[in-house]
Design a protein around this ligand. Structure first.
Ligand SMILES: [Zn+2]
Length: 410
């Protein structure tokens, strides 16, 4: 069937020389390009390789040649048809490039190189990155248009960071996690937006199915702030009745929230807060697991989970230890709880049937970033990682097909 299709397609791609009145086309230099001859090239289409024969025009003044048919068919400067490039992009965002090459061979009988899957997927991802940058710019210059639609009961924004392994040049001069050793990863920041309409019989929040969209990149917190703001706006931030941001204790998150989402309810992920309390327990009773557990039971249940943060901070500050290192660590944790006290009023949040955990974004870090960008033996350039991440988010958000269909209109 593929062969038959290729034979038919090849006939359709055999263009005649232009008629005498169509033998001139405008050139980019302002002069005109004249028809010279028919030229052919091989194009890999979804049904296999086909020969395309089309008129070639050359400008006598600037010597730039052009194939108007290639522009029309969207095969300019490429040996792949749009259909094949779409496949390369889709497999390339889903699986390692060589695996994607094999899938195209098995599923569509198409022979492409691993490098071509990588190049095409990254080029298309990069195109999405550039369009997003333009949109962010627009969003900053003008006020964003209000997205019309039904009011949204509760809209959530969550964000988190995760390390992506990169090639050496991307970490030059950057301090790694272990002092004295260079970094091997760069932090990708990922944000998600989702909605909630209802809760279960016990009052626990239920996320609206298929309501989650993601956006992310390896970039500064300032740049990411604009990105996540744009995504939230796109999803109806302005018409949400209740707005909630959930994150861990990371300072960049709350700085960004203060700037872009000042009217949101802010919540520190309960499970992160518990981890911090565990750190105190471990400092206080080193190597004494039973005592750690007992201490946790009391302080987690009676204070942290009840949102009695001032009391908790009081307890932490009154812990006296002769070990200065231990004292410093406990003091750091006390500061953490003090700083985030208003974001830890868990009973108050629960009464409003809100989520208090950042599970959605943590799962997102694994599925959107980890499973594609953090496999063993992978080392990315920042540009390559951001291109694939943009492509992946577009695909996960159900926006890829719209982008693909609309990409030539803009
Ligand atoms: Zn010219």
């Amino acid at each position: 069937m593929h062969q038959a299709g290729a034979a038919v397609l090849q006939q359709l791609l055999k263009f005649d020389p232009p008629r005498s009145e169509q033998r001139q086309v405008p050139c980019c230099c302002g002069h005109t390009a004249k028809y010279l001859e028919l030229r052919s090239k091989l194009v890999l289409s979804a049904v296999g390789e086909v020969q395309c024969v089309r008129p070639y025009f050359l400008c006598e003044r600037c010597h730039v040649g052009q194939f108007p048919v290639d522009v029309e068919l969207d095969i300019e400067n490429t040996e792949f048809s749009p259909g094949v490039r779409r496949m390369q992009a889709l497999v390339g965002q889903q699986v390692p490039f060589d695996h994607g090459r094999a899938q195209m061979q098995i599923l569509a009988g198409l022979e492409v190189t691993t490098k071509s899957v990588e190049r095409t997927a990254e080029a298309i991802g990069d195109d999405i990155v550039q369009r997003e940058k333009k949109e962010v710019q627009k969003a900053l210059q003008l006020d964003l248009p209000v997205v019309m639609g039904e009011p949204i009961p509760i809209l959530y924004v969550q964000m988190d960071g995760t390390g992506v392994p990169v090639v050496k040049k991307e970490t030059a001069g950057r301090q790694g996690k272990t002092e004295g050793l260079p970094a091997h990863t760069r932090e990708a920041k990922l944000g998600c937006v989702f909605t909630q309409t209802t809760w279960d019989q016990e009052g626990y929040a239920i996320r609206d199915s298929d309501s989650t969209t993601y956006t992310g990149a390896i970039e500064t917190a300032v740049e990411f702030g604009k990105r996540i703001y744009r995504e939230a706006w796109k999803r109806g931030w302005s018409r949400a009745k209740k707005k909630v941001v959930i994150g861990d204790g990371a300072e960049w998150i709350w700085n960004l929230v203060a700037e872009h989402f000042p009217d949101a309810i802010q919540i520190v992920d309960l499970y992160h807060a518990r981890q911090h309390l565990w750190e105190v327990a471990r400092q206080r009773y080193p190597h004494e697991e039973v005592k750690q557990k007992t201490w946790m039971k009391v302080h987690q249940k009676r204070l942290l989970d009840k949102g009695k943060i001032e009391k908790l901070v009081g307890v932490l500050r009154s812990i006296h230890t002769a070990n200065p290192q231990m004292a410093e660590k406990i003091c750091t944790e006390a500061d953490y709880f003090e700083r985030n006290a208003e974001r830890m009023r868990y009973p108050k949040f629960r009464r409003q049937h809100l989520f208090v955990g950042s599970g959605v974004i943590e799962a997102g870090c694994k599925t959107v970033i980890g499973s594609r960008l953090k496999q063993s033996g992978m080392f990315w350039t920042v540009r390559g990682a951001n291109a694939i991440l943009a492509l992946r988010c577009s695909h996960f958000n159900g926006r890829f097909e719209d982008y693909w269909e609309g990409r030539r209109a803009a």
